[in-house]
Design a protein around this ligand. Sequence first.
Ligand code: ATP
Ligand code: MG
Length: 366
Amino acid sequence: MASITIRDVKKSYAKAQVVHGVNLDIASGEFVVILGPSGCGKSTLLRMIAGLEEISDGTIAIDGKVVNKLEPRERGCAMVFQNYALYPHMSVAQNIGYSLKVAGVAAAQRNQRIQAVARILELEHLLDRKPAALSGGQRQRVAMGRAMIREPKVFLFDEPLSNLDAKLRVQMRSEIRKLHRRLGATSVFVTHDQVEAMTLADRLVVMNGGRVEQVGTPAEIYGRPASRFVASFVGAPAMNILEGVVALDGISLLEGSRRLPMPRAGLPVGTKVAMGIRPEAVRMVDPGAAGAVEATVDFVEELGAGRVVYVDLDGASFSVVTSESAHPAPGSTIGLKFSPSDMHFFSSETGARLDFFVASLPEPVV
Ligand SMILES: Nc1ncnc2c1ncn2[C@@H]1O[C@H](COP(=O)(O)OP(=O)(O)OP(=O)(O)O)[C@@H](O)[C@H]1O
Ligand SMILES: [Mg+2]
């Protein structure tokens, strides 16, 4: 087990800077997930930890020791990739044991370690098979076995599940989690899949454009997103965001004349804000109900256990997650209700979270 300390780490390719000063402390034994859109620098950061990519500026330390100049094999990290590229002509056992063979470990000891790893990954009955005769999930487990057998201090995963079908992905997710509980090795897992990130992480690091937007537990990131970017990126369906201007008695939507309730204390009248509310925090009520906002139903998406109702709110599109049996028809008018305490506010200019509402909140006044 090992801690990882990342200080002001930057990365440039030729003239293009792709990582802009990342700071991050990963505790020994922690499972950290780096989440962000394609091209935000996740793999680059992971590869710099592994030593597969040179660090342009800043330092990375593993267990307190700066590793900037160390070769990958000297860092005690094992990496599992999306394309696990097993050797096709070797059996599962040979694939798992290959690095030990290269390192000159004697056959008897090698076999013992292969057996131990195979037991943990439930690959014992497959040790003689060739990769071509394995399912996708089994291949991925062999790839993990190959990493595990080196008994690394740190596991680095770069989207290892994205080539698997949805069902297998869920299954492998819980296997990785179980494995982590069992081995307790420090793990850094990169993904652009927010469900994967939320379910796996002790702590989440949300990246955007080569910068860290927020670090926190999945609950913190979901409950108090630090920026508009994090708010829209985490959660499915995405958080509803309405542009507004602070008026005397609440927020006015830019695209309409409606007033939405807002805490009275706080921002100056005229300030432009983005108000966010999660689809699961909105309730559908009768259009005439007290305090309800009227909206027109666009379409409904069935989820099995519930549904997502997409509505038009003064020209802005808005979604509502409901488990009720009511099935509103497209074109019909419904009422929406939400509590001011479920609202998130972000600066329209910087996107940063605005936490000005500390006083008591008024009832909806729409
Ligand atoms: N060898 C390279 N030369 C130049 N630019 C590169 C190189 N490798 C990556 N980049 C650029 O660096 C940025 C970050 O890439 P990176 O692979 O880290 O993104 P990512 O977050 O892992 O994305 P994805 O989710 O698509 O894998 C991208 O804009 C990419 O085009
Ligand atoms: Mg990547």
